[in-house]
Write a protein that binds this ligand. Structure first.
Ligand code: FES
Length: 74
């Protein structure tokens, strides 16, 4: 799906940019995002946030590792 109509930037382009280090909407300007009318800013941010949480920087669930004092209660 197109995120930026003015410059034909797709969700896939933004996910690819995130995988290559884009962390903020301004990092997407090299693709043309917000370079013209700017109406794509919110959609681009949403797409980038989704990309960052789902693929590039997934939220890691911390698995507690037993420590010495925890073993005493096992
Ligand atoms: S829709 Fe992205 S600059 Fe216009």
């Amino acid at each position: 799906m197109y995120v930026c109509i003015c410059n034909a930037v797709t969700e896939k382009d933004i996910h690819h940019a995130a995988a290559n280090g884009a962390r903020r909407v301004r990092d997407l300007r090299v693709l043309g995002v917000t370079a013209d009318c700017g109406k794509c800013a919110c959609a681009a941010k949403c797409c980038l946030d989704q990309a960052l949480t789902s693929t590039v920087n997934p939220v890691r669930r911390q698995t507690p590792t037993p420590t010495r004092h925890m073993e005493a209660f096992a």
